[in-house]
Every structure is written in structure tokens, then in C-alpha cells.
Design a protein around this ligand. Sequence first.
Ligand SMILES: [Zn+2]
Length: 249
Amino acid sequence: MPCAHFRFYEELNDFLPPSRRKVEFEQRFERRASVKDMIEALGVPHPEIELILVNGEPVDFSYIVSDGDRISVYPMFEALDIAPLVRLREAPMRDPRFVVDCNLGRLARYLRLLGFDCLYDNGFTDDAIAAISQAQRRIVLTRDRRLLHRKAISHGLFVRSEQPREQVREVLRRLDLHALSRPFSRCARCNGLLAPVEKDAIAGRLQPKTRRYYDDFLQCRDCGQLYWRGSHHERSRRLIDEFLEKPAE
Ligand SMILES: [Zn+2]
């Protein structure tokens, strides 16, 4: 039976059983198979993959595996500099936008607080998420690795952590997003953009104390939510600082 040698790098090993992590292993195959099909059969979702080398040469997902091939598989968005090699897709998006799976609502709110464009609705079905990702070129964030096996999804991240705050740090780290954050530019509630608004125009909506102590206000263009530098702002500020603090190397 023909046989290929696989080696997965960095966080792609999370999808493999312990005995196959960070080592070369053999995989037998009976039928003619594309490298994408073989990799997904091993449990690794294709949107997490950035680069595949077969016997040292870059190939795309449709490559048909031959007996004796040595196949190295590298993750999406990995900090390794692989730019000189052919990637499976064009360069990672510099203006990353997301569609967030339905059990990750707090992650979506926190990323919006940092200014990232995150579509989220706890009623999204898997079909809806795949369709939105494809139509709007949004990166899928999910804790459901089967969702990432869908053909329509080209960019996606399987979020490892179960804790919302840790999830934020994980997404920032893995996609290298720290420099792209724009805190207080987007509504955490609905994802709309914030714009300055004249105090006179909204004075009737303010509590007396807020009206007395604050003069600068931002308003969501979509849902009308008001933001100002009160105690809630201070809590958000501390949270943002915590998210953007880079871990010690
Ligand atoms: Zn809003």
C-alpha cells in the first residue's frame, strides 16, 4: 500500500493525537487522494493551513499525493517568515474582519471593544456563518473544528481557549493583531462605528450627573448607543490594556 510521510508544525499539532504531534509519521492510503483530503482525514481543518511543502516544494490543496512523499504542513498566520514561498492564498488580510460562532458572544464584544469588525448573532447557523465568511471574506472564529472543514470557508481559526478573556489574547497573538487595534471606535453592542456627537443633540437622553460632569460623547451610528468617559469607560480601558499587553517572550 502506498504511504506518505507527514509532519505538522506549531499549533496544527493541537488537532493530532499525542503520538503524532511534532514528529514525522507515516500515513498509508489506498485510493488516489488530494493532499487536502488526506490532511482533513487526519483531523486538521484546511482554513488553519498556510503552506504545504511536498518534498520541499510548495503545492496547493489539489496536489495528488504520491507514494513516498514527505509532506510538511504549516499553520495559517504563523509568525514564521514564509513570504518567499508560495502561499496557499494571498497574504493575510491587513484589515481583518470576523464572523464569530454562536457560543463566542463575549469574544465578539471584546474584539469590538478593540475596534475589530465582528459579526455575531447567537442565532447564526453553521450555514449562515459559512455563507457570510465566503461572501464578505470574513475570518471565522469558532470552537467547532468541524465547521472549519467546510469548503466555503477559506479563512478560519479554531479558538483553543474556553475563557473569553484568554480567547481575546489568543486571537490577537495568533493573528498578530495588536498593532491593528483601534479601541473605542466600534460599538460593543452592535458592531456599528462610533462617531463624536454634540452634547446638545443628546442632552435629553443623559442622567443629570452625566450631563453635569461630561462633555465629550461618542454615538453608535447604527444603534444610537452613547459612550463617554465615565466609570464604565474606565473598566473598559483597563480591560483593553490587559488585552493589548504583549506576553513576555
Ligand atoms: Zn451600536
